[in-house]
Write a protein that binds this ligand. Sequence first.
Ligand SMILES: Cc1cc2nc3c(=O)[nH]c(=O)nc-3n(C[C@H](O)[C@H](O)[C@H](O)COP(=O)(O)O)c2cc1C
Length: 384
Amino acid sequence: MAKRMLRTPLCDMLGIEYPILSAGMGPSLIGEKTGAPVELVVAVSEAGGLGVLGGAGYTVEGMREAIREIRKLTGRPFGVDVLLPAATVAAGDAPAESARQIPLADALNALPAAHREWLQKVKDELGLPDTEAVISGGTTTSRPHAAVEACIEEGVPLFCAGLGNPGFMVEAAHAAGMKVLGISGNAKNAGRIAQSGADLVVAQGHEAGGHTGRIGSMALWPQAIDAAAPTPVLAAGGIGDGRGLAAALAMGCVGVWVGTRFLCSQEGGALDIQKQAIVNAGDEDTRRTTIYTGKTSRATYNRFHDLWEESGLEPLRFPVQVVLASAVVDMFNRAGNVEYVGPFAGQVAGLIDDVKPAARIVEEMVEEAADILTRKLPETVKVA
Ligand SMILES: Cc1cc2nc3c(=O)[nH]c(=O)nc-3n(C[C@H](O)[C@H](O)[C@H](O)COP(=O)(O)O)c2cc1C
């Protein structure tokens, strides 16, 4: 069958064929390096969409190498996603020397006594082994200014700010010929990001995987479009096939930003066991929780969620909570207690029942959305 054409102004802005971006996904804690690795970026960009590297788990130098690797493998446009938490951006970068591998057990010593005691209690009661994992200190998340500088030096075509407002770097990015995208979970922040000069805003609904807000996609997208106008908005949260793409375009979004569906692709960075958890999940099998990062994030439901709720502890500030959660997840992984671990994933997990190549996901999404817009809607909706 001939390839379908499905274009929006986003395609002209970014120099791509289809208005589909794979989300920049960081790691689901210990066990994987990033949810959106080089292979996924290249596969999506080569398929006519735009792949975005999940820069959050990399050191700045590691991210730079990944960017160069992408350039070797594709001549097409791509993006890089970095978390820009407002507090870290204001406080300044951690020192460059912090970018080294640290035994997780050592990092735990810096946590408050109450959290360490709880960890010990969980370990004793469930007979878990010590963690032997190492974590990367000085990732892009703790060195946001250096990360931004590296992206600008490398001339990344699309810079994506996963958390926080990218306004402070827009001018320098534009001077380097780059486009800038910011992500928001409510209309107010969508407006702020647009007003700070970003070229694109992603409006990400409550149903999304990873960090997520309180407003459902259906309610959020049109309100974000109004708040960000005339800056174009991409839809995120709950999009897993061509029906989601067609709905987002019908609402006035210029394209889609898709996470969970691409995480569960052959090139997605999740471990096989995590992809299987997404395939097995139904629509009710994800929960929002603060256990993983200290901010509300959505993951497939597992018994770690109950343990944390029963603890009565307050989450530590982002990203310190990640140290605690990584230790617990690593202990459960090593003990083979799969009922206590699960990846970040959105409610759309219920729609996903296979792990397939990312290029096929792009093709099928385009094919289905094009069929809805050109045939199904005119056949079923009579308009006078
Ligand atoms: C495993 C995982 C990791 C994520 N990590 C990040 C991240 O590092 N930066 C970011 O901007 N968004 C992150 N997100 C959110 C995605 O960018 C995206 O907004 C979300 O997945 C869209 O909803 P969906 O999962 O329903 O497609 C992550 C999502 C998942 C599933």
